[in-house]
Design a protein around this ligand. Structure first.
Ligand code: PEP
Ligand code: MN
Length: 463
């Protein structure tokens, strides 16, 4: 957990026109300690941006958010499995049709394999359409003796290492909203307009299994092929399988942005953060009495919390009391990111404590963030084997305790990048020189993502 950064020197008087203007408690966070917030350069730009955000249309609708809560409740019971994936940090520049569709395609491809392995529905969720804000362990970055503010995600500043680009520009809040809207629009078109037809998704997976490096996944691929042929022979309604539910999620880091997009739902009378269906609280901002936990405790969306290796069972119980006092099915997801070397040692005590309390959360593994290393040639990377080992450890722990391993949270892309090491068709560090594109953490590339799905499907089939 990190230092508190200074609070911005001004507050949000201009959101008075927000639909959620006077809802009791929604602004308590403003008086609490808050970390990882920008220091915006220009108060007028900030006021204008937040004022506009607070009257723009919602990006998601309360009814969809409620459906997701039901889906996650099923996952917590072992009747569905969550697949949540996407960039560490989306960028405005990469919000192109090709890159968005490649990512959605890869998630759908992974989901088909996992659905077969788990023999249950897979809830598909992107770290997409809003994943623009990054927590940083240091406020500054120094290169060749020059020190500038750290890159905090496109919603705050630019990645380019110049003073102009690294300044905190509140006009970016609006650009983040509009980029989220166009991304989500394309995702909705893809997943509702026929693109997601199960038979085509299965067909795309053939590109993976035809690669000789993936020969060991052939038999599972053949089983899936047979299952689809069996469905067709039985007269399955493939028309209905052309549409899939797809949910948007991001880390709820910039509280001014999340607050401005919070609306009171006219149907239920409750506040919903309409910037995404699912919001999570990061490992660096999960302090119990601080602003992030307080704000997210007051919106109706399903909420995730990242739990790193320093988490105690008591921390988990206190988070449950604060974020899910009613013990509502599907409300709370714990996304554990312990590291391959820690998962088998640290996770059991936390899960046992939560189980003994009678609370039910959805347990999801993030096998990325506890396994970040620096490659010998200086790139931030992760070893595919460590990532897989953490997933295996997660399944082992839940199997031993009789609890439910309910989902997978990954940083991945649909493109042929080189950012994580290894895999059956291995990525080596030399390929980082021209194929490393991430502006933040290293992602599994298209093939590594599919390979992970095949490996996890194998583990699920045994579970
Ligand atoms: C992330 O998900 O990109 C992230 C920063 O994770 P964590 O909060 O687990 O470190
Ligand atoms: Mn990350």
């Amino acid at each position: 957990m990190t230092e508190l950064s200074a609070r911005p020197a001004f507050s949000l008087s201009s959101t008075a026109q927000s639909g959620a203007a006077n809802y009791p408690g929604l602004d308590v966070w403003r008086d609490l300690p808050v970390s990882q917030q920008p220091s915006w350069q220009d108060k007028d730009v900030f006021d204008a941006s937040v004022g506009e955000l607070s009257v723009l249309p919602p990006l998601v609708f309360a009814g969809e958010v409620d459906v997701l809560r039901e889906r996650l409740a099923a996952a917590a019971e072992g009747k569905a499995f969550l697949l949540q994936g996407g960039d560490c940090a989306e960028t405005f520049e990469a919000a192109t049709a090709d890159k968005i569709s490649a990512r959605v395609k890869t998630i759908l491809q992974m989901a088909v394999v996992l659905t077969y392995g788990a023999a249950m529905p897979v809830i598909k969720m992107g770290r997409m359409a809003g994943q623009f804000a990054k927590p940083r362990s240091s406020n500054d970055e120094t290169r060749d003796g020059v020190t500038l503010p750290a890159y905090r995600g496109d919603i705050v500043n630019g990645y380019e290492f110049t003073p102009e680009s690294r300044g905190h520009d509140a006009a970016r809040l609006l650009k983040a909203y509009h980029t989220s809207a166009s991304t989500l629009n394309l995702i909705r078109a893809f997943t509702q307009g026929g693109f997601a037809d199960l038979r085509s998704v299965h067909q795309w997976n053939k590109g993976f299994t035809e690669n000789p490096a993936h020969a060991r996944y052939e038999s599972l691929a053949r089983d899936i092929d047979r299952a689809i042929k069996f469905m067709a022979s039985c007269g399955a309604d493939f028309e209905a399988l052309k549409r899939v539910e797809f949910f948007a999620s991001h880390e709820a880091l910039l509280l001014d942005y999340e607050r401005a997009l919070t609306r009171i739902d006219s149907r239920t009378g409750f506040p919903y953060d309409t910037s995404a269906h699912f919001l999570w609280i990061g490992e660096r901002t999960r302090e119990l009495d601080h602003a992030h936990v307080d704000f997210l405790s007051r919106v109706r969306n399903p909420i995730g919390v990242k739990l790193g290796p320093s988490t105690t069972g008591d921390d988990a119980l206190r988070l449950i009391d604060k974020l899910d006092p009613e013990r509502e099915p599907g409300r709370l997801t714990f996304i554990t990111r312990m590291g391959a070397g820690n998962i088998r040692k640290k996770l059991p005590a936390i899960v046992e404590k939560v189980t003994a309390s009678g609370a039910k959360v959805l347990w999801v593994t993030d096998p990325m963030h506890g396994n970040t290393v620096t490659s010998p040639n200086g790139y931030k990377t992760r070893n595919f084997d460590d990532v897989i080992d953490e997933v295996r450890g997660f399944f082992e722990v839940h199997q031993a305790l009789g609890t439910v391993p309910g989902g997978l949270h990954v940083e991945m892309t649909g493109d042929d990048v080189a950012e994580c090491l290894g895999g059956a068709d291995p990525v080596d560090q030399e390929s980082f020189l021209d194929k490393y594109e991430s502006v933040c953490d290293p992602r599994l590339n298209h093939m590594q993502s599919l390979e992970m799905a095949f490996l996890v499907a194998g583990a699920l089939a045994k579970h």
